[in-house]
Design a protein around this ligand. Structure first.
Ligand SMILES: [Zn+2]
Length: 288
């Protein structure tokens, strides 16, 4: 049973990744000037690093989470089992709770300096495509996993909801980072339900006031609800600069430097250099 869940997840992951890579070649949103081999080497390297640390292997993560949900279910642990909540109520509430938790964690990663020191590794990519989804420091993945397990045990989330969310998470992490051009109409309508590439790309802008927006992972609901939604970047989707101003050189693709940088450059943490460069007239919502 466990192996089947893993194979299902792995199949979804590979299919989605392959589809996006092909789509990025046929319908690219931005012309990417950064050398692809260097970027991909670093980003794919993070998949290996995280797999080796046992925190991020996309094949295993959902199994761990689903196993936790099954354990909680069998032992009556959590709010839903203890209150006898029917699964058709518990399942959608569980999906919402898991996604809200990751939204809140993402906001915290930008607001708490020591969390930002790890999360900024993700933002140091100088372009954004499907492989950027893999580019996360192992500590950040470990932290998000612990948080999710906490939600699963606290609520007693149905296993099917956890599996569904893990699959959605993998799909939309890659989709929202992809360099795929969608029609304006599709993008505008899809944004009411899911995070689109044009929406999440704004979060990777070098302008901090744009980086401080669109934190959502699967659904934009939380950004719209909590005032962190931003519809468009100041310089446009093709004109905006991605990454962080503090690192524009080869370090951005050096896997070893990236893994170590939270520990060796703590003094330079904090706000980006151009925090005040966006005019007040820009349509912008900031977090509290
Ligand atoms: Zn971020």
């Amino acid at each position: 049973m466990t192996i089947n869940w893993g194979l299902l997840q792995f199949g979804v992951f590979l299919s989605m990744f392959a589809t996006l890579v092909v789509a990025e070649r046929i319908w690219p949103r931005r012309k990417q000037a950064v050398e692809l081999v260097s970027r991909w080497s670093a980003n794919m390297g993070f998949t290996v690093v995280n797999a080796l640390t046992g925190t991020v292997l996309h094949l295993i993560i959902p199994v761990v989470a689903v196993a936790a949900a099954l354990y909680a279910q069998d032992h009556g642990i959590g709010l839903f089992p203890e209150t006898g909540t029917p699964w058709w109520i518990a399942a959608p509430l569980s999906l919402a709770a898991l996604d809200l938790t990751l939204y809140a964690f993402h906001v915290a990663c930008h607001k708490v300096p020591w969390l930002w020191s790890f999360h900024r590794v993700h933002h140091l990519d100088l372009e954004v495509d499907a492989t950027t989804a893999f580019r996360s420091h192992p500590f950040e993945f470990l932290s998000s996993q612990i948080l999710k397990l906490g939600v699963i045990y606290a609520l007693g989330t149905p296993a099917v909801a956890v599996l569904a969310y893990e699959i959605l998470l993998n799909i939309f992490a890659m989709f929202s980072h992809s360099n795929v051009r969608l029609s304006d109409a599709f993008d505008r309508n899809a944004r009411w339900l899911v995070v689109t590439p044009d929406m999440h790309r704004i979060h990777h802008s070098t302008y901090q006031r744009e980086t401080d927006s669109n934190y959502g992972v699967v659904t934009p609901l939380w950004d719209r609800l909590f005032g962190t939604y931003l519809a468009a970047p100041r310089d446009g989707q093709t004109g905006m600069t991605l990454g962080l101003n503090e690192v524009r050189g080869r370090e951005a693709f050096n896997l070893f430097w990236l893994v170590a940088c939270p520990f060796i450059s703590f003094k330079s943490l904090g706000k980006h250099e151009d925090a005040t460069q966006v005019p007040a007239t820009t349509s912008l919502h900031t977090t509290a």
